[in-house]
Every structure is written in C-alpha cells, then in structure tokens.
Design a protein around this ligand. Structure first.
Ligand SMILES: Cc1ncc(COP(=O)(O)O)c(C=O)c1O
Length: 401
C-alpha cells in the first residue's frame, strides 16, 4: 500500500527515539544516565492529583467543550493577567492537548502553502516538521557566531513571503533568553511587516538569576498579530496531562484555531483539564521550588562541564537544557552522542537535531547526582589522559578507543 507524499517528508522525532532507546537499555538493567530528557522529574502537584481524582469520582468523564472548559479558561485568563499584564476573556483563549497542539492549531490557522515561517537556530526539533505539515516553508536562522542570533540576523531573514516568526525564549535547546530590546524590535518588525508573531512561552517561568522573561505584550498597544503559547507541561512537570493553551487579543485567530481543533481531537481529555485547573489553582510554590532545583542543577552542570577541556558553553538563562559545543572532540554530534551512549551509557541529544552540529544538548532536569555521574563518565570517555578503566555501576569499563 502507498503512503502519502507528506508522510515521507516527516522523520521520527530524534528526542523521542532516544528516550525509547534509553528506556530499553534501562529495562535490560543497564546503569544508563539519561541527560536527554525533556520533562522535570518533580512529582505532580497534589492540587492537580486531587482534582483529577475528584473528577474521576464524579463518574462524569464526557467530551469537554471543544476549545476548553470555561473554568480552566478563566484560570488561564488570570495567569495571563499576572504574567503578561493583559486582560483577556474566554474568547481570547483556546485550551489544547499540549502546547504542541496549540502551536499546530496556530500554524494550521495562519499558514498557506509556500508561506515562510522564520525562527532562530538552534530550534526546538518539532518546528521545521510542524511547519512542513501545514505546507509552510521553514526558515531557520543560524547565528553567525555561537548559539544566539542577533535581531539583525532575524530581520534579514524576513522576506515578502514571511507569514510568521516563531520565538521560543528561554529556548529549548540552549536556554537562550532574548533580551527586552530583541523582543521589542521583533514586535515592531512583525507589526510593520504585517507578520504573525508566535511566542512559545512554555519555559517562561523557568528563568534563573532573579530575571523575568520579557513579554511581547509589553511593547505594543495593538497585539492582534501576537499569539502566546503556554501550558502546564514544564511548569508543573505535568507533561503527561497534555494540556497547553494559546492566548491572543485577536479573537478571530483563536476562533480559527478552535475550528481546527474541532476536526482533529474534538476536545481535550476532561480528566486532564481538571488536573490542569487544579495545578493553576493550587499553590504556585511548586513552580518556585522547581525553578530553584533547576537553577542549582544548571550551576552543577556548568561546573562539571568546565572540567572538560575545550568544551564551550553559554550559561543557559532558563529552561533545563544546556547546549554545549563539543566540536573539539567530534564535529559530528550524532556520532558523538551515539558514542557516549554506547561506551559510557549517558544519553545526550545531538545538536544537529536542533540545527547546529558539533553541539550536544544536555538536560539538567535529572537528579543532581545523575548530572555529576553522567559528566564524570563523559569526561572520562573524552579525556585521552584519563585512566584506562572506570567503574560504572558494578561494572569495570575499559577503554577500547
Ligand atoms: C519549546 C517547546 N515547545 C513546546 C513543547 C511541547 O509542550 P507540550 O508537552 O505541552 O506539548 C516543548 C516540549 O518539549 C518544547 O520544548
């Protein structure tokens, strides 16, 4: 049987593939250290768990409203007021099955065949394929130097065909936080060129050193071309609920996104919506605690990385990822990542999946002792002057390279 042309243009998600491989090795009982993860390890907030149990016990687990329940939207509106400083009502909000579906709804609702969508490199692995799925053309903007593009580099990539800019700040995979000046100029650029600006704010509260992520809404009185994406996945470690949302002062784009959602998933899981509402209504100290854990883990990782000669790294300002330049050891990040998993059982994600080869994405959402142990193994594997053997779990591993 023949598959569609479209299906052959979309590859397997590299991060999901690595997660599956790591899980399989762990199942074999091997002492793998997973530094490739994309979800905080904290347990679900009790307020979310209680709300899910209460909903389940009601025995009313039916279709929920297509674009999300009213109470959850009201909670998102309060969140939006608190974190973005803008007043919105339920018609400005759509609740989706994860931030990913919200982004996809946005693309389906705004992009025509051949439209260009501009975004910075290194990018979240899903962006190029999601844009291709709706017939758009991904335009990934590579920084001339390092891992952070300048505003001029972004602006130079805009053409007559550009329909949208997508920004993720702080970013997966690099923890890059674009400056207030960068955001303000991007808002002005999008307004003057009549371009959509989608901000993927899924990590916007996971910013360190007492800094707050600048919001595009601060820089305009007319935000009708801006769509902000957010959700509970990273903030509360509730990746399994699959609840995200989009907010815009432009009700038309939200309504269009609702029509797309109606014909794809119909609505979100009622149990998941209850859990997300519980998390938003519960104590927000969980977020502060998570941020503290991650900031400490980031510092530990940076200190461990500094012990590996020649690895260059820009301190991540947020998220739980670090994008380190290992090109001195191998310019082929796929090969290097496979080597580290094979020889010392440490999972990292090759930079090439995010648009920049020679780098590895190392997550620090793992427990601190795993970060230290993982980096001990990587250091040993790469350091030519290191002793010939190392103890990993209860095994002695000898260098054969
Ligand atoms: C930048 C970015 N956006 C969106 C998502 C997806 O979030 P969700 O799990 O809510 O779909 C992720 C998940 O890794 C991400 O890193």
């Amino acid at each position: 049987m023949e598959l569609s042309n479209l299906s052959s243009t979309i590859g397997d998600s590299p991060t999901l593939k690595l997660n599956a491989k790591t899980a399989a090795l762990k199942k074999e009982g091997l002492p793998v250290i997973h530094l490739g993860g994309g979800e905080p390890e904290i347990p679900a907030p009790l307020s979310a768990v209680d709300a899910i149990i209460k909903k389940a016990q009601s025995r009313k687990i039916k279709y929920s409203p297509t674009t999300g329940g009213a109470e959850l939207k009201e909670a998102v509106a309060r969140y939006t007021k608190e974190h973005y400083g803008i007043e919105v009502d339920n018609k400005n909000i759509i609740i989706s099955s994860g931030a990913k579906q919200a982004i996809y709804n946005f693309l389906l609702s705004t992009i025509n065949k051949g439209d260009e969508v501009v975004f910075p490199v290194p990018y979240w692995v899903s962006y190029p394929d999601m844009i291709k799925l709706v017939g758009g053309v991904p335009v990934a903007v590579k920084p001339k130097e390092g891992i952070e593009i300048t505003f001029e580099e972004l602006a130079n990539a805009v053409t007559e065909k550009t329909k949208a800019i997508m920004l993720n700040s702080p970013s997966n995979p690099a923890g890059v936080l674009f400056s207030a000046d960068f955001i303000r100029k991007t808002v002005e650029l999008c307004r003057s060129r009549n371009i959509w600006l989608m901000t993927d704010d899924i990590y916007h509260q996971l910013v360190f050193d007492g800094v707050k992520a600048p919001s595009p809404f601060e820089y305009t009185d007319n935000a009708d071309n801006i769509v902000a994406i957010n959700g509970v996945s990273k903030l509360y470690g509730l990746t399994g609920l699959r609840i995200g949302w989009a907010v815009s002062t432009n009700k038309e784009v939200i309504a269009a996104m609702g029509r797309m959602q109606a014909q794809t998933t119909s609505c979100n899981s009622a149990l998941s919506e209850a859990g997300a509402l519980g998390a938003l209504q519960g104590s927000q100290e969980v977020v502060d605690e998570l941020r503290k854990i991650l900031e400490n883990n980031r510092n530990t990782l940076l200190s461990e990385l500094s012990k590996i000669e020649g690895v260059k790294v820009l301190a991540p300002k947020g998220t739980f990822y670090c994008f380190a330049d290992f090109s001195r050891y191998n310019k082929d990040s796929l090969a290097l990542s496979a080597f580290l998993l094979d020889k010392v059982m440490v999972t990292t994600v090759p930079g090439v999946s995010f648009g920049l080869d020679g780098y590895l994405r190392i997550s620090y959402c793992a427990a601190e002792e795993n970060i230290i142990e993982g980096l001990r193994r990587i250091r040993w594997a790469l350091d030519k002057a290191a002793p010939a053997e190392i103890k990993i779990g209860d095994k002695i591993v000898k260098k054969d390279w």
